[in-house]
Design a protein around this ligand. Structure first.
Ligand code: PLP
Length: 402
């Protein structure tokens, strides 16, 4: 049996979405900027998709939605755009647990002379709102805070965060890449200034995303060239991708409660059984509100990477954390920020579900995982015993080699 439990990395395109996209490759393939019949209708369809995405986000006006190529592009454009629009301000506030699209850019900006405040999280992954409030100053160009964490699923209280940034007059960018389509979003009610989403996390294709920019916010163009996206993001549109994301947004909006109830039931069952059947296990972020589809569970003394290989041999696809940092030997920056103890840090596995998953799959995973964990914990215990028995000199050399 093949079980795909890696939906925070990417999701399967819905059949209705693929169907809606197909004619834009074969029939309506004109450039939306062209005046002739192949092009003119396409621009209209893009605007329909814009309205569908605006509805998912609760945007007051579809023109507040700018189509992009990805979540990474949206995050970069939002942060760079706000810095460009407010050149006299040299300070950014963000958190230690953001996705690498934000962390990497902010580290880069630090090297360019900007000051970045990295807000810490508690051992459950929660933010200290007093720390956020204290960090905002007259010099702060923007705060960039994710809505839901891609590794743990922990949801930050964006309503309270928005109230704080608004009271201090600091624009707020929200990375909602994992939240969109999974929890309800109402940018107008929450007073969010900028918000990033990515289609492939909610059953649209890869290579299309959107950046919401609230009307009235001064925001410079981020790709310069043609007149697409009202001069804000030049470049011929990914038409089929945009149509697909519009359709996926509409479906997500209509099915959000039904899908959430389904994945939460499966996730909770998976979590309950694994915690019982794998004695040295703990759920990361369990005490915080979490995405209903995400389970980040650590198995003590294990190497998550070894676990993934054995899971894959059984047809089970999961992840150790962010797909974007997979392959790096570094432990997760998110779990380190949560002060997850060393024994548990490497053994974290993320199971992330979608509407396509079933009870049979959960039962299959619950049947296979305990034996894999037992086997790896046994090997790890032998390894630890072996290193304790080795003479101290040899232990030092072995340590130095690692
Ligand atoms: N932000 C978060 C929270 C993510 O989880 C991801 C992708 O995993 C991104 C940004 C980047 O999105 P994309 O893969 O569309 O570039």
């Amino acid at each position: 049996m093949d079980v795909y439990f890696d939906n925070n990395a990417t999701t399967r395109v819905l059949p209705e979405v693929a169907e809606a996209m197909a004619p834009f490759y074969t029939e309506f393939y004109g450039n939306p900027s062209s005046i002739h019949r192949f092009g003119s209708g396409v621009g209209h369809r893009i605007d329909q998709a814009r309205a569908q995405v605006a509805a998912l986000l609760g945007a007051a006006d579809p023109v507040e939605v700018i189509f992009t190529s990805s979540g990474t592009e949206g995050d970069n454009a939002a942060i760079r755009g706000m810095l460009e629009a407010r050149p006299h301000k040299r300070h950014i506030v963000t958190t230690k647990v953001e996705h690498s699209a934000v962390v990497g850019l902010c580290q880069h900006l630090e090297k360019k002379g900007y000051r970045v405040t990295w807000l810490s999280v508690d051992p459950d992954g929660g933010l200290d709102l007093a720390e956020l409030s204290a960090a905002l100053s007259d010099d702060t160009a923007l705060a960039s805070v994710m809505w839901a964490n891609n590794e743990t699923g922990v949801i930050f209280p964006i309503d309270q965060i928005g109230a704080i940034t608004r009271a201090k007059g600091v624009p707020l960018h929200v990375d909602a890449v994992q939240a969109a389509g999974r929890i309800s979003i109402d940018v107008s009610a929450l007073g969010i200034d900028l918000l990033t989403i990515s289609g492939h996390k909610f059953h649209a294709p890869k290579g299309v995303g959107a950046l919401y920019v609230r009307r009235g916010i001064t925001f410079p163009p981020f790709l310069i060239g043609g007149h697409q996206e009202r001069n804000r993001r030049a470049g011929t549109e990914n038409v089929a991708g945009i149509i697909g994301m519009g359709m996926a947004a509409e479906i997500a909006l209509n099915r959000i409660s039904e899908d959430n109830a389904h994945v939460m039931k499966l996730r909770d069952r998976l979590e309950g059984i694994l915690l019982t059947s794998c004695p040295e296990s703990r759920v990361n972020g369990r005490k915080q509100p979490r995405l209903p589809n995400t389970l980040n569970i650590s198995f003590r003394y294990l190497e998550g990477e070894s676990m993934l290989v054995l899971l894959d041999q059984q047809g089970i696809c999961a992840s150790t954390g962010s797909a974007c940092t997979a392959g790096s030997a570094e432990p997760s920056h998110v779990l380190r920020a949560m002060d997850v103890p060393a024994d548990w840090l490497q053994g974290a596995v993320r199971f992330s579900l979608s509407r396509f998953n079933t009870e049979t799959e959960v039962a299959y995973v619950n049947e296979k995982v305990p034996a894999i964990v037992q086997r790896l914990q046994g090997l790890s215990a032998l390894g630890r015993l072996g290193s304790q028995r080795r003479p101290p000199d040899e232990q030092r050399t072995a340590g130095a080699r690692r």
